[in-house]
Design a binder for this molecule. Structure first.
Ligand code: SAM
Ligand code: SF4
Ligand code: F3S
Length: 442
């Protein structure tokens, strides 16, 4: 009988990449992907531990699976990702429905672990950090992702230990994949039709393999003729080196959106967070890039109400948002994470925290609305990725990652198209196709 695997993914793009690669791996032992829970005989949950209720979310999801399979044969249940790494065998004890635990640096063991389980029916947990073997193993298995825009992990882990963050504990120490391994994988993606490559890493701009940096990778990828757009995420301000900034002078394919999380506008809070950079450093990078190309825009992550954030610190965050005019950002109230330095710090009053978050989000949302309004009645280049779920429109992205919807034929999928923007809301631009490679569209 054909074995079917259902993979559900929480968390960041690196988890999405991992889920795709897990699927590439289990195909080798006869699994086929399904998008229907009830068809699966293997259920894999790829988890995220970044904010509160992460664990509860996992157990809640398992509860759902249990219900679905109440009258059917129980599937093999695998918990992968950052909660698996953080909780390890505790999960097997708390929820007997779970069969296997697999940490993010142990995916090279997935097939052996599944086969062993099928033979011996013994629960197991694999959570060693072994990024080298993981990527060596995965590089021998073709990346079969067939999306127009594809993720490609080039770097894993983090040595920075910001006081609020679980990543150094769940993903382990910084590791950069070999340069040629990445280029080979990019070629596979292009051969499957990818037009945009999004280079990923928890600290992607810390990429450092032998003498190769992220800037070298971008310039090498740019030579692949099938690639139209290159992006990278997530960066740390301290790794925004001159060579990377210089790439913006010459690159034709690197998109003009820089996602550079700042977390807070106050040096005092940055210091408390152990971020190891100042607002002055951050703005220096911002203005350098703006000087190279005034069309470059920034997006960021913010942590609001970090322990010790006073009104004056919060106002500095607002001031920074006014100055940089971030095009798109993520903002969350600080969530204490077990095992981190900030885990037990006294929290800011909940009501005040929510008020501050609302003020920040209102500002960020207004920026987004205003930026989108300004684009109305102009013509922009978009990369068409697919159709909307209801099939009525083409779904594309602007150079700044904003969703763009317009009418057109399927043969525009995978192409860069000029679209005249007619209307907008905070998250989406609506337009009409003007032309694609001199060819009129329906
Ligand atoms: N490496 C990136 C950097 O240095 O900015 C961030 C990676 S982290 C996976 C993504 C985002 O999650 C962070 O930028 C931060 O805003 C948010 N985050 C991490 N820990 C958090 C916490 N304990 N509470 C709230 N947000 C958190
Ligand atoms: Fe987490 Fe990023 Fe800080 Fe590393 S640099 S600890 S991934 S927030
Ligand atoms: Fe979450 Fe792990 Fe990514 S904690 S954000 S899945 S690195």
């Amino acid at each position: 009988m054909q074995q079917k695997i259902f993979i559900k993914t929480f968390g960041c793009q690196m988890n999405e990449y991992d889920s795709n690669r897990i699927y590439d791996a289990v195909r080798e032992i006869g699994f086929e992907k399904t998008v229907k829970y009830e068809e699966a005989n293997c259920y894999l949950l790829n988890t995220c531990h970044i904010r509160d209720k992460a664990k509860e979310k996992v157990y809640h999801e398992i509860g759902r699976v249990k219900k679905i399979f109440r009258l059917k044969t129980k599937p093999l249940v695998i918990i992968a990702g950052c909660v698996a790494q953080a909780e390890q065998e505790e999960m097997l004890k708390r929820e007997p429905y779970i069969d296997l635990i697999l940490g993010p640096q142990a995916y090279h063991k997935i097939n052996d672990t599944i086969l062993k389980y099928q033979n011996e029916k013994r629960k197991n947990e694999e959570t060693e950090f072994d990024a080298i073997t993981k990527f060596e193993y995965l590089s021998k298995i073709k990346n079969q992702t067939t999306t127009i825009s594809s993720f490609l992990t080039i770097q894993e882990g983090c040595d920075k230990f910001c006081h609020f963050c679980v990543v150094p504990y769940t993903r382990g120490p910084e590791y950069s994949r070999p340069f040629n391994q990445i280029i080979d994988e990019a070629r596979q993606l292009v051969n499957h039709g990818s037009k945009e490559i999004i280079l990923l890493g928890q600290n992607v701009n810390a990429y450092n393999f032998e003498s190769f940096r992220l800037s070298d990778l971008i310039l090498e990828l740019e030579k692949l003729s099938g690639i139209e757009r290159i992006r990278y995420t997530t960066s740390h301000p301290n790794d925004m080196t001159e060579d990377l900034i210089d790439v913006y002078k010459n690159s034709k394919k690197l998109m003009p959106l820089v996602h550079l999380p700042v977390q807070s506008g106050s040096d005092k809070v940055l210091n408390l967070m152990n971020r190891k950079h100042s607002i002055k450093n951050y703005l220096k990078i911002f203005y350098k890039l703006k000087q190279i190309n005034p069309n470059i825009e920034f997006s960021s992550d913010f942590i609001i109400a970090y322990p010790g954030e006073e009104q004056i610190d919060f106002e500095k965050t607002i001031k920074l948002i006014d100055e940089v005019k971030f095009i798109n950002s993520f903002s969350f109230i600080f969530s204490p994470r077990p095992g981190t330095v900030a885990a037990d710090l006294p929290l800011i009053d909940k009501k005040k925290s929510i008020e501050r978050l609302e003020i920040v989000q209102q500002k960020l949302f207004n920026n987004q609305i205003n930026i989108n309004k300004k684009i109305e009645d102009t013509t922009i280049n978009v990369l068409v990725e697919n159709r909307t779920d209801d099939k009525s429109k083409l779904f594309a992205r602007s150079e700044y990652m904003t969703s763009v919807l317009f009418s057109g034929n399927d043969d525009l999928i995978g192409k860069i198209v000029k679209v005249k923007i007619k209307n907008s809301n905070r998250n989406t631009l609506f337009g009409e196709a003007i032309e694609q490679s001199n060819q009129k569209v329906a």
